[in-house]
Write a protein that binds this ligand. Structure first.
Ligand SMILES: NC(=O)c1ccc[n+]([C@@H]2O[C@H](COP(=O)([O-])OP(=O)(O)OC[C@H]3O[C@@H](n4cnc5c(N)ncnc54)[C@H](OP(=O)(O)O)[C@@H]3O)[C@@H](O)[C@H]2O)c1
Length: 366
């Protein structure tokens, strides 16, 4: 049976370590987990079964394996040390007999986004970023429809626009909307992106290094590699939609607590074809996976055992190819979730009503 392996790692240290090692999760605080993760070996997590292509009926199996580092550790330690640990985790996949390996969350962010790791391993590698782009952009388009925001006249923003995922998301959205803010930390790199996108863009493109411009945007796709939240309640306008693709999250939990006039959705979640059992709780409801996992799985279903998405410069061609491949095998955009809870129709109605009232209040104050 064809197969794959996927590397996960603790993102929220206490919560995620508790999922595999309840005792350690209870015993250690966040700082201690950060420190211990440096010395911990790669960990076998679970076998995944039941994934079946809707197109061909082919069934595959897979494995979750974990690189113990937290995002903070991956950013603090020397790049070579981090590569070494991810490669060690990849070797575990090779021992299991994996035919393709996906890099989850920060294992795909670090350094050159998988290139060095793929060169060191025999098993083909993918970051899963190409399909993540598709799913993120599809989610924001669908959320716009749900909130009655006409895409063609909308002002949107991509936060982390110079990143691997952010760049192609910005390219796709620049062909949909009227005005698009490209937000990041480096003005020069943002200007270069603007110059490149301008050739085919429908939207007016505006570069910014400040989150304050988010107050202008109705649709926000955020995908930074920041270790802490970068979007807070005061940044957002009533009735706006924020699709948070980043892990750790970019949107502060304060937004859901303090702003019932905004729709925040978790980006990058898809339905997996077949009666899949991951035999591990990574925080999603049954039969749902992150888009980056789905890319790895779709490649295994297709029998494409080759390095696929690597490096910081993704191509539109790869994004379109993996999107068609995933669709063919039966992956679908999942219903919306927000901070790991289902978004109900009632919640959407409440957000719409509150946004309308907030706008009325704003006008009255003017
Ligand atoms: N949901 C999913 O299925 C899925 C799949 C894959 C990845 N991800 C997540 O997606 C995120 C981005 O991945 P990537 O590979 O695109 O990373 P990347 O290539 O490193 O890009 C990150 C972007 O974030 C910006 N950034 C970093 N820290 C920032 C801060 N404090 N404030 C504002 N901008 C900041 C960077 O700007 P500079 O240019 O200034 O550094 C860059 O534009 C990660 O959180 C990753 O875990 C999610």
């Amino acid at each position: 049976m064809d197969n794959f392996a996927f590397i996960i790692h603790p993102i929220d240290p206490k919560r995620d370590v508790s999922r595999k090692f309840p005792f350690l999760g209870r015993l250690l605080n966040e700082k201690q987990i950060d420190l211990f993760s440096t010395f911990f070996p790669p960990v076998y997590i679970s076998e995944i079964e039941g994934i079946t292509s809707q197109a061909t009926g082919k069934e595959i199996k897979g494995w979750f394996i974990a690189c113990p580092y937290t995002p903070r550790r991956m950013m603090e330690l020397p790049e070579r040390t981090v590569y070494h640990k991810i490669i060690q985790t990849g070797r575990l996949a090779e021992k299991l007999g994996a035919q393709i390996l996906g890099l989850g969350a920060f294992t795909s962010v670090v350094g050159d986004a998988g290139v060095t790791i793929a060169n060191a391993l025999d098993v083909p590698v993918t970051t899963g970023d190409s399909y993540t782009v598709t799913v993120a952009v599809e989610a924001i388009r669908e959320a716009a429809l749900t909130m009655d925001i006409p895409l063609g006249g909308a002002t949107a923003a991509v936060v982390g626009a110079t990143g691997a995922i952010g760049q192609v998301c910005a390219e796709l959205l620049s062909q949909d909307v009227e005005r698009l803010y490209l937000i990041g930390r480096r003005r020069e790199t943002l200007e270069e992106l603007r110059t490149r996108l301008k050739i085919r863009a429908r939207a007016e493109l505006i570069v910014s290094t400040s989150m304050d411009v988010l107050a202008e945007a109705q649709l926000i796709l955020t995908v930074t590699s920041a270790l802490h939240e970068v979007i807070r309640p005061e940044h957002l306008q009533p009735g706006s939609v924020v699709c948070d693709v980043a892990r750790p999250r970019d949107v502060s939990a304060m937004v859901s607590a303090a702003r019932d006039d905004i729709l925040v959705i978790d980006g990058g979640m898809v339905d997996v074809p077949g009666p899949v059992n991951f035999h591990f709780n990574f925080g999603f409801p049954p039969r749902k996976a992150y888009a980056c996992m789905a890319e790895t799985i779709a490649l295994a279903l297709e029998g494409r055992f080759e390095d696929y998405t690597l490096g910081k410069h993704l191509t539109r061609e790869r994004v379109e190819e993996i999107s068609a491949m995933a669709k063919k095998h039966g992956f679908r955009l999942s219903g919306f979730r927000s901070f790991e809870r289902e978004v109900t129709q009632q919640h959407i109605e409440t957000v719409r009503r509150n946004a309308k009232n907030a706008r009325k209040l704003q006008t009255a104050h003017i």
